[in-house]
Design a protein around this ligand. Structure first.
Ligand code: NAP
Length: 358
């Protein structure tokens, strides 16, 4: 136990934050979570074991700095996860950059004003490391995304600007607390709250025939429970410092489709056509121009290239170990099927014909 005081977790309703809160409560910590709507609307959090005694939810919005004051009162540790995680937005400056950047500035300033904060852990992302794989090298914490902009990977841009602003605040203001960032790869696994996270939605789309074929593309993945644990270890490990890349391993789209085929999902409309060769890559690059802007950019900057992350820092300094990527993905799929977010082909056909009749 590093503190008797409440931990503050911003964006408590989120996929990652709800696991952080669940683990903090299981360890006996008191938690104050910030949410956007009426705090009474979050039964899935208030029903967590230990929540009745140790969880308090308060309203705060990233665009209203003053709203964080009550949540940070007396806190020694703040975990800032809140930030929009969306691709293909209409107005990236307003929908992504403003809440990410202004929200992070608000959190840092409010933490200083509270006067009791010792450490802020910020959920950054591999998006702040790079927005483009480079098959010739391994990315590490020393790398910064220098290429994103409002028109090229605006989500990546928002995460990069927010993390940079947090480090600049520490260097400029010397506020008396330290900053750690966790930079997770694609986070998968079962969710505590309702709805589907953007990363799990990508897996759902692969299983619902959205992709024309198997593309030459790979991703780093990490389980949501491991991601949550990394945040808590970053709080509990006194010597922790700087950025921590957080990825359990890599998976190529071909391996992902193979895994699903071999795990009982063969009857789903998984991509069949292998488009991983040179001709397939050229075809998909051409087709990418017909996609929504940010999906198109993603395809063009990722296809035919391989990403690699070096995660020795988090393993050595925080003693992190990771669940296998396959297990996390299969548990995410199982969770989406159980909750009705991923319909079996039979149920999907039934739903489509019912919608047609209406
Ligand atoms: P999520 O489920 O969408 O959670 C985002 C959280 O941010 C939600 O609680 C959301 O509140 C809150 N939020 C968004 N805009 C806000 C605003 N204007 N004011 C207050 N709260 C606001 O996504 P997640 O995956 O858990 O993401 C959490 C963090 O991890 C984000 O910083 C994201 O960039 C980062 N990350 C995620 C992944 C991944 O693969 N999932 C990978 C790397 C990094 P509402 O519930 O009210 O919308």
């Amino acid at each position: 136990m590093i503190t008797e005081k409440p931990f503050c977790v911003t964006g408590a309703s989120g996929f990652i934050a709800s696991h952080i809160i669940s683990q903090l409560l299981a360890k006996g910590y008191r938690v104050r979570g910030t949410v956007r709507k009426n705090p009474r609307q979050y039964d899935f959090l208030m029903n967590l074991p230990g929540a009745a005694r140790n969880l308090e939810l308060l309203e705060a919005d990233l665009l209203r700095k003053e709203s964080f004051g009550p949540a940070f009162r007396e806190c020694e540790y703040v975990i800032h996860t809140a930030s929009p995680y969306k691709i293909n937005v209409k107005n990236p400056a307003k929908e992504l950059v403003a809440p990410a950047l202004e929200g992070t500035a608000a959190v840092m300033e409010t933490a200083r004003e509270a006067g009791t904060v010792r450490r802020v852990v910020l959920t950054s992302s591999v998006a702040a490391i790079t927005d483009e794989p480079d098959s010739t090298r391994v990315f590490t914490e020393r790398d910064w995304n220098t290429r994103s902009s409002l028109v090229r990977h605006p989500y990546h841009y928002s995460k990069t600007l927010a993390e940079k602003a947090a480090w600049e605040f520490i260097a400029r203001e010397k506020p008396g607390f330290d900053l750690i960032t966790i930079n997770p790869a694609m986070v998968t696994g079962p969710s505590i709250g309702p709805g589907i996270n953007t990363t799990n939605a990508m897996i759902r789309d692969i299983m619902q025939g959205v992709y024309p074929g198997i593309m030459d593309m790979n991703w780093g993945f990490v389980d949501v429970r491991d991601t949550a644990r990394a945040h808590i270890l970053a709080m509990e490990t006194r010597e922790a410092s700087g950025r921590y890349l957080c990825s359990a391993g890599l998976m190529h789209m071909r391996e992902l489709v193979e895994l699903l085929n071999l795990s009982g999902y063969r009857n789903y409309p998984l991509p069949k056509q292998d488009l991983t060769g040179k001709i397939g890559t050229a075809l998909l690059t051409a087709l990418s121009w017909t996609q929504p802007r940010d999906t198109g950019t993603y395809i063009r900057t990722h296809i035919g290239r391989s990403i690699r992350y070096g995660c020795s820092k988090i393993k050595q300094e925080l003693a992190m170990s990771f669940m296998p990527v396959m297990q996390s993905i299969l548990e995410a799929v199982d969770d989406m099927v159980r909750k009705g977010y991923l319909l079996s082909p039979e149920n999907r056909n039934r739903q489509i014909s019912a919608e047609k009749k209406r």
